[in-house]
Design a protein around this ligand. Structure first.
Ligand SMILES: *Cc1c(COP(=O)(O)O)cnc(C)c1O
Length: 393
């Protein structure tokens, strides 16, 4: 289904995803007749509470966790903040945080605030990455200390798709008695995750990156890990997160996890084949184009490609005229003329970082979508380069 039929070719799934029809169906009754409050004593509310328990189990099963380890939140950002702030409050004597230079703004801004807003009460180590976006494990090992309260490392990068060795990093943190959080918002549903085996204390995920609605997330808190809530209020979520539950969205997220569990291996294989064809086609047909991020240790749906000597924003506008949706770097960093912090951390040259486009696919993309983009892109880049003062044939 493509722009051929005046439809949108949507390749911006790392920004947000279409809500799956099965998810909408699961939610619908809870936006209409079943409007009870799950905390109420009456049966009318109680049945809604049962559905939340079911959703909690669906999420837990998908992650290899126990239902009691799952707390529903309002978004991935809330989950990230909750995990990191909890660790700082449960070990107040520790004033050091380890993270990376390529985190999503949800973690990046929080860490900046920890330093600035507290008058440098906290020290933050931001691990370097190489030109492929890969971390230096020796630097990580050296950074871990008795003063470290928590390590927060994303499972997969939203801009490049590069996957980080969370399993090994969590084990190393555990050996030093340091809590470990991972922002797995981009990883969940795209690569297998089984928390049972891992030394991960906290994991964040977000509904709208996983074909569930916007405005719902999960924080996994490992059994036995000390925890202090971020939002206090009522006794919802076993006292871990106050506020009346976003019932329909929670039910939708449960169903989305169930769907992902049923179809993940098969569907992600198909998505990867589409992504690979798109990526190889673009690199072959557009001169001076290059891939940003590790070739193989990468999410199956993401291709971040730089087209040298053109502006990403200009490329996006031209793509938009053909109803093709993608991002330049990251939706959160576009709007400013600075190249994304992720590409800068990787040392991508300025002329290439400015012309970077992130294509992020989903199970709803088709062969025709890829054909259409492969057909349009070379001419778009060529026409823009002809206008660029830096471009010489
Ligand atoms: C989208 C995203 C978030 C934020 O999730 P929200 O639910 O939009 O707050 C956090 N981390 C990563 C890696 C993301 O891609």
């Amino acid at each position: 289904m493509s722009a051929v039929n005046n439809k949108v070719v949507y390749m911006d799934n790392n920004a947000t995803t279409q809500v799956a029809p099965e998810v909408v169906e699961a939610m619908m009754g809870y936006l209409t007749e079943q409007y009870g409050n799950p905390s109420s004593m009456h049966t009318f509310g109680g049945v809604v509470g049962d559905e939340i328990s079911k959703a909690r189990k669906q999420v837990a099963d998908f992650l290899g966790a126990e239902p009691e380890e799952i707390t529903f939140t309002s978004c991935g950002t809330e989950s990230d903040s909750t995990a990191i702030l909890s660790a700082l409050r449960t070990s107040p004597e520790k004033r050091h945080v380890i993270t990376t230079r390529v985190e999503h703004p949800a973690v990046k801004s929080l860490c900046e605030n920890l330093e600035v807003a507290t008058g440098q009460k906290y020290r933050v180590t931001r691990l370097k990455v190489d030109s492929e976006g890969v971390l230096d494990m020796a630097e990580y090992e050296a950074a871990l200390s008795d003063e470290t309260a928590i390590v927060s490392v994303m499972w997969a990068n939203n801009e490049t798709g590069v996957i980080y060795p969370v399993e090994e990093m969590a084990r190393m943190a555990r050996q030093r008695g340091v809590l470990f959080h991972t922002d797995a918002v981009q990883a969940v549903g795209k690569i297998p995750i089984n928390l049972k085996e891992l030394d991960v204390d906290f994991l964040s995920l977000s509904g709208h990156k996983l074909h569930a609605p916007k405005g719902v997330g999960v924080l996994y808190i490992k059994r036995g890990t000390q925890f202090v809530p971020f939002l206090t209020g009522g006794h919802q979520e076993h006292g871990r997160r106050g506020g009346t539950e976003n019932v329909a969205s929670i039910i939708g997220l449960g169903r989305a996890c169930e769907l992902a569990g049923e179809k993940m291996v098969e569907e992600n294989g198909r998505v990867k084949a589409l992504r690979d064809r798109l990526e190889e086609g673009l690199l072959a047909s557009v001169p001076k184009s290059m891939l940003n991020g590790h070739k193989t240790d990468r999410l199956p749906n993401t291709a971040n490609i730089s087209f040298e000597f053109v502006e990403g924003e200009a490329i996006l506008l031209h793509m938009n005229q053909h109803n093709i949706c993608a991002s330049s770097g990251s939706a959160c960093t576009s709007g400013s003329l600075e190249p994304s912090h992720v590409l800068r951390a990787m040392g991508v040259p300025f002329t290439a970082a400015h012309g970077s486009i992130r294509f992020s696919l989903s199970v709803y993309n088709s062969e025709e979508d890829v054909d259409f983009v492969l057909e349009k892109m070379p001419a778009i880049i060529d026409s823009l380069r002809k206008m660029s003062p830096f471009w010489e044939e």
